[in-house]
Design a binder for this molecule. Structure first.
Ligand SMILES: NC(=O)c1ccc[n+]([C@@H]2O[C@H](COP(=O)([O-])OP(=O)(O)OC[C@H]3O[C@@H](n4cnc5c(N)ncnc54)[C@H](O)[C@@H]3O)[C@@H](O)[C@H]2O)c1
Length: 281
């Protein structure tokens, strides 16, 4: 038991244990976050497919059997090089070129299938790159946008694995959590889309976030050594049309680049016990 409630370690592939825990705690909703992300998935494709698909199947079946409400995070990785890159529409071409993207678009369709066939109340958004101070990133293509803040606060230079002008859609963690809870609390009649909603916050390039950080950490420098993740990023949208989410359940992001930068830097300065005079602290 933690101060926030009960805590258990579970391998999501272990369906019988999942069932036991649902029964033990009388679970009514599942936020199914466990997955292997885009960059790590390219290095371990079979494992990524197995965990992302079998994990989802296990929770979908539990949601059906126990009448649970289920949250499934999809991703902008469902899009691919044939998708319109600017203001990517809700309904568009989805021909992803990563194992991760293939697993997420298959997952979206399985979610809709379980809704149509069994009435499972499953809800989903296609997250862009999520930026937060709470944890270090776990193997995605937008990880640079978190790492860059950590290095800036620690007083180090940063080497970015994407090109300076690679624009990608992003979302600050506070917005992501609030939006996700709003989606999950909406009345079922508001949820028109049972595959997954486009969800956008802001778009920026590595050069732009560097300039935003330099406002508060003068002297911070970033070098560029693009690797295989650059190619993944090039197959993804640069901005997202999330009007369906706005219309159906009232989605609206709050954080822009400057607000997010100040919030990230001040939390990380507390975490690393560092003074940032540029932030007035
Ligand atoms: N971070 C992003 O920018 C982003 C963007 C789009 C979608 N998403 C989705 O959001 C979810 C959470 O992403 P994240 O950034 O927290 O990723 P993360 O890599 O930090 O966390 C994923 C977690 O899944 C766990 N996991 C892996 N295999 C497991 C298994 N068999 N059983 C139980 N747990 C297992 C890992 O230990 C890890 O803690 C994922 O589904 C991801 O696809 C994230």
């Amino acid at each position: 038991m933690t101060s926030d409630g009960p805590f258990e370690v579970l391998d999501v592939l272990y369906a019988s244990r999942l069932r036991e825990l649902i029964e033990k705690y009388g679970v009514t909703q599942i936020y199914h976050l466990a997955a292997i992300l885009s960059a790590k998935g390219e290095q371990h494709p079979q494992q990524a497919w197995d965990i992302n698909m079998r994990g989802l199947f296990n929770v979908l079946e539990m949601a059906r059997d126990f009448n649970l409400r289920l949250f499934f995070p999809s991703s902008i990785a469902v899009f691919g090089p044939t998708t319109p890159r600017v203001a990517t529409p809700q309904d568009t071409i989805t021909q992803p070129t990563t194992v991760y993207g293939i697993s997420k678009i298959a997952g979206e369709n399985w979610c809709q299938y379980f809704f149509l066939k069994y009435g499972v109340d499953v809800r989903s958004v296609r997250y862009p790159g999520i930026i937060g101070y709470q944890s270090l990133p776990g193997g995605g293509t937008t990880d640079y946008a978190v790492e860059v803040f950590h290095e800036a606060v620690k007083g180090n230079p940063y080497t970015c694995f994407l090109k300076a002008d690679m624009s990608l859609p992003m979302l600050y963690m506070d917005d992501a959590i609030r939006g996700t809870l709003e989606l999950m609390e909406a009345s079922p009649s508001q949820i028109r889309i049972r595959t997954s909603y486009n969800m956008a916050g802001l778009s920026f390039t590595p050069a732009e976030v560097t300039r935003a950080i330099q406002q508060y950490v003068p002297g911070f420098t970033v070098g560029y050594e693009p690797d295989f993740r650059q190619q993944i990023a090039e197959s993804w949208p640069s901005s997202i049309d999330d009007s369906a989410a706005r219309e159906d359940w009232g989605w609206k992001p709050v954080f822009d680049l400057d607000y997010m930068t100040r919030d990230m830097l001040s939390h990380l300065a507390d975490h690393y016990l560092v003074k940032l005079p540029g932030l007035g602290r």
